[in-house]
Write a protein that binds this ligand. Sequence first.
Ligand SMILES: [Zn+2]
Length: 426
Amino acid sequence: MTDTGISFDLADLADRVAASVNPQRYLRLQRALATFGGREDGGVERQALTEVETRARQWLMAQVKGHRYRWLYDDAGNLFLRRDGREGQLAPVMTGSHMDTQPVGGWLDGAYGVIAGLEVMLALDDAGLDTRFPLELAIWNNEEGSRFGPGAMGSSAFADPSRLPAFMSSVDADGVLFSDALQRMFDAVQTAGHVPLGRPVSAYIEAHIEQGPVLEAAGSTLGVVTGIQGVRWFEVLVTGSSAHAGTTPLDVRQDAVLAAATLLRRIADAALALGDDRLRVTSGRFEVKSPSINTVADRVLFTIDLRHPEEAVLDAFEAQIRSIVGSGAAPCAGEVSCIMRKPPTPFHPHVVALVEQASNRSGELYQRIGSGAFHDAMYLADRCPTGMLFVPSIKGVSHNVAEDTKEEHLVAGVRVLAATLYSLAR
Ligand SMILES: [Zn+2]
C-alpha cells in the first residue's frame, strides 16, 4: 500500500468485493436486528447488556453458523467475529460498531456498522476471495453510555486496558453493577475463545449513519470522515446566599439562579459572536441545589459541553468561559471545573484516502466531512490507522425513533466499506 493510491488490479478486485455485496441479504439482516427491542413506532430500545441486547448478540452469532468464522470475546464484553487471513500471525484489519441503543433510539445508530461489516465478510465468501490479513468484525460494548457511564466503554478499554477496573464499578439507575451485567451476558453468550484487551490491530474502519444533516443537504450519498471533533466538559458552580423571598429587597440579594442565567447568556453570546459554524456550546444540565419556590437560591450548578475540530479554538473559548465566569457572577461567586477533555481525533490520511478512492470508484456522490459525534473509532484511532464512512441521515435525525436512511444509501455504504476493507486486508 502506498500513499499515492491502490494499484489498478487491486482496485478491480476491490470492485469485485463491492459488487458481491448482496443488498437483499444485507437489508434482511439489518431489519432483523432491529426487531430486538423494536417498537411499533420504528424505534429501538436495546440498552447495553440488557436481556434483549444479549439475545441480539445470540441472534447475530447464529447468523454465521456454518461459515468458517470464529467468535472471540475480551474482558470488556467486546465481541469479535474473525475471518482468518492467509497470514494468521498478522494483526487483524477490523471493522464494526455497537449494538446498544439509547433508552429509546433508532434502528441504525451502531447497528449499521455491525451489519454492514457482517455483509462484507459474507460478500468476500461469495466472491471466493481470501485476504492476507485476518478480518474481524468488532461489536463494541456499551457505546451509548446511557445505562452505564461513561460511553464507549468497550472501545475505550480495548485501547487502554487500565481503564477497565473503573468501568467495572459503574452502576445503572436500578443499582446494577456493570461487572454483574457483564457476567450475565458472558453466561448467556458462548464464544470460541478469549482475546486480550489492547492487542494489536492493523487498521480500523467504521461505517456509521451521519446523525446530522450535512450529507442530505449537500445531496451526497457518502461521507469520507476526516476526524472527530474535540470536546471539553465543564461544570460551573455559582454560589450566592439563600434568603427569604418575601422579606429580602432585590438590590441586596445574592441570587445564584439569576447569576447563573446571566453567565449562560454571556457564554452563549460569546459563542455566537465568534461566527464559527463549527463551534458547539451546550448547557444541558442546570441544577438548583435545595430548590424552593419561596427562597432565593444559594447554589446553582450548570454544565457546558464545548466542541470544535481545532484544539486552538477549544483553548481560546475555554479561556473565554473562565473569564466570563470569573468576572460576571457578581455579587455571587463562580467557579469553573473541567471534568472531561478529549482532543480532536484526526483520522489516518491513508485510511481516509482509501475510503475516498472507494467512494470515487462507486460512482456515488461523496464529500469529506468531520464527525460531530463520538464513535468507537475515536478510541481505535489511539491504537491503529483508523477511518470512518458516513451515510446520510434523513433530516439529520438520530437518537430518535424516526432515525432513518434510504435503503440505496445504506447499500452504497456497505459496498464502499467492502472495497475499503479489501484494500486494507488484501
Ligand atoms: Zn453510534
